[in-house]
Design a protein around this ligand. Sequence first.
Ligand code: AMP
Length: 296
Amino acid sequence: MRRVSTFAEVRELNHGSVGLVPTMGFLHEGHLSLIAAADKEHDHVVVSVFVNPLQFGDARDLDTYPRDIERDAELAGTAGGDVLFVPSLGHMYPEGAATTVDVGSVGDAMEGVHRPGHFSGVATVVAKLFAGVQPDAAYFGQKDAQQLAVVSSIATDLAFPVDVRACPVVREHDGLALSSRNVRVGADDRLAALSLFRGLSTGADAFEAGERSVDAVVAAVLAETHRAGGVDVEYVSVADARSARVADGFEGKQFLAIAAQVGGVRLIDNVSIDVPRGIVDRGTRLTSRSILYERP
Ligand code: AMP
């Protein structure tokens, strides 16, 4: 796998159809599923690794974000990546760069409330990656359902000729949604963290059993997190998959999302709801321990 640090180098290596997988590194099986999907559908796969300061409101979260570029290079290459794009901060944001992307109402609710400025940071870096890499398609995880809505809006609204592809949530063997931040969840907090997905699952079960009150489904989620204790819930919401508007009824394609702090680590998770069909997509689950915890 080639490693490059400028957009010009990326474009020089591009050939055939190009799939892009944007990440912040410290790769896990969730990222690898996106790389594998891109590899299946494209001649050439570019994986970017950039911990984007613009999307972090919390300086401690940015400072403690796990990083290991050698590990990322090996994993991305094995999964089907051809080029690892690792830009410097100065390359992404040269001195004087002042243009940012305002995503509008798709970024207002949920994450937008609890992480002011987050989606402008995401949108700015994604727009730059689309413009600089010039991929045919870009792969994003449903794990970040509102981000997926934001990114789809960017492609449509700003007329980027990039096909935004969504991939299912990949979970650890115990159900916890994979996140690079999981390595910061201590053993004691892990049990509490598991209540996020348990809660979503309980809510999803209720929906699948015919419950059509959003309040009742949200209450079912909260009952699990309260029972677990040690979970500081920021929101539990049902939202429209495209507009990311919070809904007070079940309709169309939606997602049931939660965000919470557990032991000082902020975790998010969601399940996708297809209301007309009455079914919920909870993602996929690993059968063994994640590579996140493998030590070299
Ligand atoms: P990140 O490195 O956290 O910025 O994530 C990079 C991409 O991987 C985003 O499109 C995420 O939605 C996706 N991703 C992260 N975790 C998962 C997961 N557990 N399952 C599927 N996709 C994921």
